[in-house]
Structure formats: structure tokens, C-alpha cells
Write a protein that binds this ligand. Sequence first.
Ligand code: HEC
Ligand code: HEC
Length: 211
Amino acid sequence: MNMKTLIAAALAAFALPAMALEVTLPAETAAYRPSDLPGYRLVQQNCMTCHSAQYVETQPQTSPRAYWDATVKKMKKPFGAPLRDEDMPAIVDYLVKTYGAERGSATPVAATPAAAAPAAAAPAANGAARTADALLGANQCSACHAVDKKVVGPAFHDVAAKYAGNADATGKLMQSIRSGGSGKWGQVPMPAFPQLDDEDLKTLATWVLSR
Ligand code: HEC
Ligand code: HEC
């Protein structure tokens, strides 16, 4: 799915009632579905650094093997996933049999408590303000960003420098974080975060600008 479809799907899922702003992704979409297929171990090792399994979960269930093959290749180039060529067929096999058109050709094993516990995705209790640290962890910002060096996305220090002196810097960054997109720092897109409410976005934007 491309960026526009992804955002549209996310908005459709999140934008309805005002209350829905509090919705965070259910835990089971953050981790990959357990399986006996060898590709399960490989996706856990290779696919969690930049984003959770949510993108995989949201692909059409009719997606054929060739689609998954193209997606995994795209993660390697241009997105930069450090995948070994010899591991890619097993990853594609796991994906198409677990999420795509060949579902049912392998019985996924029952979820283990470990697999069901994603990286600190638990939100604070409704209404409680979340700290920047908690938000960065829960949303995997740190998988793509560091303060002082470029990772997949720009160094937060460089973002703060670029927007220093810009009167509406906080508002601009809140918008950037909510909508994601590409072209401001390079060709690699940042995913959208429609599940973050204004308070969370402001906490994050203010934190980034103070780096
Ligand atoms: C180096 C970072 C990185 C790694 C590692 C990575 N991805 Fe991605 N992935 C991205 C980016 C960037 C996007 C695009 C986000 C967007 O379009 O909003 C993306 C999007 C996706 C999508 C959505 C469909 C699409 O084409 O945009 C799927 C599915 C996906 N990744 C699967 C995987 C799988 C499976 C792996 C492991 C084999 C993986 N990713 C590893 C960066 C990565
Ligand atoms: C999958 C990798 C990825 C994740 C996860 C990610 N980012 Fe980004 N981020 C990027 C990329 C790539 C860019 C550069 C986009 C561009 O060139 O326009 C970026 C840009 C930014 C910018 C600069 C925007 C601007 O207007 O100049 C900020 C601020 C930012 N990210 C904050 C965050 C925060 C906060 C999170 C977590 C809620 C986050 N990012 C999660 C990859 C990511």
C-alpha cells in the first residue's frame, strides 16, 4: 500500500469520534504473528527496527507472493533494511502464508506471552499526560531517529537547528509528526502517526525542538 492509502486507511480507522484520538494500536498488531515457519524468526530479527508489524497487518489478505516479494525488496532498497538476500525467500514465504493469499498453508502456533508483549506499546491510563520518553518508546520513534546522528530519519538535533527561530516551529513539527511524509530531509518517507492526539504531538514537538 502506498503512503496515501496508508494514511487514508489510518484516518478511516482513527478519525471518527473525538474519543478515538485516545485509541492506540491493539497489542496483537504490533508484534508479528507466531509461526513455525523459519521466516518468523527472521522477521523478528529484521523487520522490527523501523516499524512494528502493523504495516504488514494492514496489507490486503489477498496479496500474492509476488507482492510480498516486491515489498520485502523495497524494504531493502530504497528503505535500507539490512536484509541478507539468502534470507528473503523465507521471509516472503512466512509473510504470504501468515498474512497474504496463501494463508492456511501453515498453521500458526499459539501466541506466546513473549510474542504478545510488543515494545512498550502500552499507553498511559486515559487522560494521564505521557512524557516524551514514553511516547518516543511506545511509537518506535527511536528506531528511526537519534538526537545527534541521522538514522533512517534526521537527527533531532538537526531538526531543532533547522527550525530554530521559526515562530511556528511547534505547530509545523506537530503536523509533520502526525502526517509523516517525505521530501523535507530526503526521499525516505516517515510514517504517519494519526493515533497521537494534540497533547502528545505537542509534547514530542517541544521535546525535539529543545534538543
Ligand atoms: C530500514 C527501515 C525498515 C526496515 C528494517 C523495514 N521496513 Fe518496512 N517500511 C519502512 C518504511 C520507511 C516504510 C514506508 C512507510 C510509509 O509509506 O508510510 C515501510 C513500509 C512497510 C510496509 C507497508 C507497505 C509499503 O509498501 O509501504 C510493509 C508491509 C512493510 N514495511 C514490511 C516490512 C517487512 C516485512 C520488513 C522486514 C523484511 C520491513 N518492513 C523492514 C522501513 C523499513
Ligand atoms: C520508519 C522510520 C521513522 C519513524 C518510526 C519515525 N520517523 Fe520521524 N522521520 C523519518 C524520516 C525518514 C524523516 C524525514 C522525512 C522527510 O524527509 O520529509 C523524519 C522526519 C521527522 C521530523 C522532522 C519533520 C520536519 O518537518 O522537518 C521529526 C520532528 C520527526 N521525524 C519526529 C518523529 C517522531 C516524534 C516519531 C515518533 C512518533 C518519528 N519521527 C518516527 C523516519 C521515521
